[in-house]
Design a protein around this ligand. Structure first.
Ligand code: ZN
Length: 299
């Protein structure tokens, strides 16, 4: 989803969720793609939608996620700007349209699209993001991943080893995490919203405990020098991922307590169990009440 840190941008994000692809075009006109260097040949690109990871080098460009279709030309220009070319591969961290919206454009340029098995299923069949009543129609053929995996896979490019692995029932049922092993970089996809409550797509199999489990897998790989690309929010370090985990654990404990005592989602919201977390975590796309409503079935 297209979550950013400010309320105004959050409103824009909601508007984007509700507009057609055509309507979204106008909202994309002002978007600029900002590249941040993480290591030799590795950059994070931020524009609108999920943060992009890029590995460049003599063996070709490898890309993680591709934001929205109207941004493809700007994203490819940004990749050229950091020394890359039309990617050889793009991997989708999950099926949401703010991470896969560029697939069709890239597929038409001959880019090989890679994803978890369940991402391909949702793109082929279409899906509904129930929390937002957002209907995702079946994707064009060029947008559909041609290589999929169930548990893990490894790419060997440009002297880098990219370990791609699945963690079940986290943000969705098809999440991929990408570990750039030599460079000590992790692309977390939407497992990690840095600094604010994450959207969790409970309708697509997402759960709070699954997000925590995926975070734990990343923490086991990370040290104090690891650079972590979150799905949304600024580039992160391990300490920020630890803080995020703590927030999720607290929420899971309190919300599951309410749930096991028979409280409905509306009761849980009324009980204000996370009132102390609103200031730090509720200023992004999702205020606390809305977040509880969205994740309650997934605790
Ligand atoms: Zn997402």
């Amino acid at each position: 989803m297209n979550f950013t840190k400010t309320g105004k941008a959050g409103a824009v994000a909601i508007a984007l969720l509700l507009t057609t692809a055509l309507g979204a075009n106008a909202a994309m006109d002002d978007v600029k793609i900002k590249a941040t260097k993480l290591s030799d040949g590795i950059h994070m690109l931020a524009g609108k939608g999920g943060n992009i990871g890029v590995l460049t080098g003599p063996d070709g460009t490898f890309m993680v996620d591709d934001q929205f279709a109207p941004l493809t030309d700007r994203i490819l220009a940004a990749i050229k700007g950091v020394g890359g070319d039309t990617p050889r591969f793009v991997i989708n961290t999950h099926y949401h349209h703010d991470h896969t919206g560029g697939n069709e454009n890239l597929g038409n340029k001959g880019v090989t699209i890679v994803s978890h098995d369940n991402v391909r299923k949702k793109l082929v069949n279409g899906a509904t993001i129930k929390a937002f009543n957002k209907v995702i129609p079946p994707a064009a053929k060029a947008a559909v991943p041609v290589i999929t995996f169930a548990e893990e896979m490894t790419f060997h490019l440009n002297g880098e080893t990219l370990h791609v692995f699945h963690s079940p029932n986290g943000h969705t049922d098809g999440d991929a995490i990408i570990h750039f092993k030599n460079a000590n970089v992790i692309h977390a996809g939407d497992i990690f919203f840095n600094g604010f409550y994450p959207f969790i797509d409970v309708g697509a199999g997402g759960t709070v405990n699954g997000v925590i489990a995926a975070v734990d897998k990343m923490l086991a790989l990370a040290d104090d020098n690891t650079k972590i690309i979150p799905g949304h929010g600024p580039l992160a370090d391990k300490a920020q991922l630890v803080a995020y985990r703590q927030m999720l654990m607290t929420a899971q404990t309190r919300l599951s307590g309410l749930k096991s005592s028979g409280k409905s989602a509306a009761d849980a919201v009324a009980a204000q169990p996370l009132a102390d977390m609103e200031v730090k975590w509720g200023k992004g796309f999702l205020p606390t009440d809305k977040w509880i409503t969205i994740v309650y079935d997934g605790v």
